[in-house]
Design a protein around this ligand. Structure first.
Ligand code: UDP
Length: 242
């Protein structure tokens, strides 16, 4: 069930439910989309109506960060839990119900997707990867990339080009892609490759993953101001509806 969080429609699902929905998508006839907004991305969507509409048309839209869940509580429309895109993608790559599915990794710097595949295969030797493609391509190479994906016909296409580029790319091309499920995965390919370390448990348990990211990637500071901005929108909304 979708919940309206400040104009952004987010599925109120647990991790297990999200995984089952993703599995059902891999049996569908047309390409289903999965998006994973965190508070930073959600705020960017409130400022970019095209991006907001694309997210709202997503078939499965999960709350990627503690900030989105907190905002949902502030406005009295609580979401059950945070469902991190990285965790959902990882679960799909390891879950036995996905052993017969094929994956394609599209995004990250040259060589990184190959490393991500190698590391994931070391954990799950059943993993079937149809192909990889780095994310630093020229606009005019797009058709070639689509043709290659369509030749390989993976069940699941992970697109990690960063938000909102990946969502806009997915939306623009999904009807031409011969895949079942397309998911915008942000930095997941980097994470799987070990290029970007996931926050230690302490940070995750205390809802401080954003702080860890800020320490590790200070260049993100400006973008991360979107997180308090989104929470502030929630506070203002609550004030109006009281
Ligand atoms: N990226 C890419 N092509 C580009 C710009 C970025 O493939 O032109 C990749 C980048 O290497 C990284 C991912 O997109 O793997 C973005 O990660 P980030 O954590 O910034 O994702 P976001 O939070 O924006 O979803």
């Amino acid at each position: 069930m979708k919940k309206d969080i400040l104009g952004l429609n987010i599925d109120d699902v647990t991790m297990e439910e999200a995984l089952q929905i993703a599995l059902s998508f891999t049996e569908s006839d047309s390409a289903k989309t999965v998006y994973t907004p965190n508070a930073e991305i959600a705020m960017a969507a409130l400022r970019d109506s095209e991006f907001l509409e694309i997210l709202n048309r997503g078939d499965l839209v999960i709350p990627d960060g503690a900030g989105v869940v907190l905002a949902s509580k502030i406005i009295n429309n609580p979401l059950k839990q945070k469902v991190a895109g990285f965790d959902l993608a990882s679960a799909m790559l390891k879950n036995p119900e996905f052993y017969d599915k094929t994956f394609f990794f599209f995004g990250a710097k040259p060589g990184v997707a190959e490393k991500a595949v190698e590391k994931t295969k070391a954990v799950n030797p059943h993993l079937k990867v149809a192909g990889v493609q780095h994310g630093y391509f020229k606009e005019e190479e797009t058709q070639e990339i689509i043709d290659r994906i369509n030749l390989l016909k993976p069940d699941v296409l992970f697109v990690g080009l960063g938000a909102p580029r990946q969502e806009k790319w997915i939306h623009a091309h999904k009807d031409r892609l011969k895949v079942k499920l397309i998911m915008g995965v942000g930095g997941t390919i980097d994470g799987l490759a070990g290029e970007v370390k996931r926050a230690p448990a302490f940070f995750i348990d205390h809802h401080l993953e954003w702080l860890y990211r800020l320490i590790k990637q200070p260049k993100r500071f400006i973008r991360m101001l979107n997180i308090p901005a989104f929470l502030w929108e929630a506070v203002k909304y609550r004030g109006k509806t009281r």
